[in-house]
Design a protein around this ligand. Structure first.
Ligand code: ZN
Length: 404
């Protein structure tokens, strides 16, 4: 474990010194090779060294020296990074008996690394507050406290099945996501969960604002709960400002929402996305970090307009750029062409949330969706009766992503 701990410590140092740098919503400097194809690949310790060293270089603008290593089983492309990580004191040992560069890393291992790094970089930071968390699954004892820390800060979150899956191997995409969340939690490391079984519901409203949005906002205010709005087009600036002022979250749902245009090329998508990003920033003063793809990240309509792999590429690019795209695990059904009866929407949502500890509810706010706005009071009351806290999305939220 020693090399592991050291490895982690280095990573964390880098993270903590970098607050200013990380304000930029872009992690492409990590330079993950072929990220769009490889985000699901299991990462090994050798490759992790590369991200640590690149982070170090990015922040300090200095290149570390290298200690010669005598590993027998090292990917040659990882060798220089391992040598540099060694010189930086991130890892121990200079032979394969002491450091196994080809070994995969579990989430629990990564939590240990992060925790050591945090302690090293922020010796005075208060890292307590997660002690009451009990995990329903077996987690390795060496990683128990680090996992309590990472879970309580929203750095490592539950998977879609509601478990931590601490012993699962870490994919490249997971590593980048966790690194991102750790950076966003630093330097305060505020506790966002103090028990494992907190039930949270996230109400999300898509597309352009309308009079329904006003009704929705009035209801949210009455019940004092927060929601998240994924905005399309040049939505009414006064309503957008009210959304932000009342503590809700705004996300980007593209300027045109035109499947044929945005999904016919990567360039089209980003041009359209950036146009909406600029608009939302100009109105609210803040560039959103949350994104919802029109049709969701696993929409199949995009395959009709050219590149069949476009969603894989776009989801990978979202991660590289530091955006958080959010799908859903509960649908109100109100996307259907006709206006659904109010009670159908209420039932769809409450039934869909049954048995979930984290529910992301898909709803719509355009002018034809009158019954969604009307259903909201019963939805809120029903969810609260079921024990859900109704909250806006945050960096620490469980984020369902159809395409990982
Ligand atoms: Zn939409």
């Amino acid at each position: 474990m020693k090399y592991l701990k050291n490895l982690i410590a280095v990573v964390l140092c880098v993270i903590f010194f970098s607050q200013g740098v990380f304000a930029s919503e872009n992690i492409s400097w990590l330079n993950p090779e072929k990220f769009s194809e490889r985000q699901g690949y299991l990462i090994d310790r050798g490759e992790l060294c590369k991200y640590l060293v690149n982070t170090y270089i990015h922040i300090t603008k200095t290149t570390p020296s290298a200690i010669e290593c005598k590993f027998t089983d090292v990917d040659p492309s990882a060798q220089p990074y391992i040598a540099q990580a060694n010189a930086l004191g991130l890892i121990n040992g200079i032979s394969s008996t002491q450091f196994s560069p080809n070994e995969t890393v579990t989430k629990a291992d990564f939590a240990v690394m992060l925790y050591q790094l945090v302690k090293k970089v922020y010796p005075n930071a208060n890292l307590t507050g997660g002690e009451s968390i009990q995990f329903p699954e077996d987690v390795p004892s060496y990683a128990f406290v680090p996992l309590q820390f990472a879970f309580s800060r929203g750095i490592i979150t539950k998977d879609a099945n509601g478990s931590l899956n601490a012993n699962a191997k870490l994919s490249l995409g997971d590593a980048i996501t966790i690194l991102n969340k750790a950076l966003k939690a630093a330097p305060d490391f505020k506790v966002v969960f103090n028990k494992f079984n907190t039930k949270r519901a996230y109400l999300t409203f898509d597309d352009g604002v309308s009079a329904n949005t006003i009704t929705i906002l009035d209801t949210l205010k009455k019940y004092n709960v927060k929601a998240s709005f994924f905005i399309t087009g040049k939505s009414d600036p006064e309503i957008l400002k009210r959304i932000v002022q009342e503590g809700h979250i705004i996300g980007n749902h593209t300027a045109s929402h035109d499947y044929k245009y945005i999904y016919s090329s990567i360039d089209n998508f980003w041009a359209d996305f950036n146009e909406e990003q600029e608009y939302l920033k100009s109105v609210t003063g803040k560039a959103p970090i949350f994104v919802r793809f029109p049709g969701g990240s696993n929409n199949t309509v995009s395959t009709h307009y050219g590149n069949k792999q476009i969603m894989n590429t776009l989801t990978a690019q979202m991660k590289e750029k530091g955006y958080l795209y959010v799908d859903w695990n509960v649908s109100s059904g109100d996307a259907s062409g006709k206006t659904l009866p109010k009670n159908t929407i209420v039932n769809n949502v409450l039934e869909g949330c049954k048995g979930k500890s984290e529910a992301i509810v898909l709803m719509h706010q355009i002018s034809s969706k009158t019954t969604t706005a009307q259903a909201l009071p019963e939805i809120i009351e029903g969810l609260q009766k079921m024990g859900f806290d109704i909250v806006a999305l945050s960096d620490s939220s469980y984020l369902p992503q159809f395409l990982k």
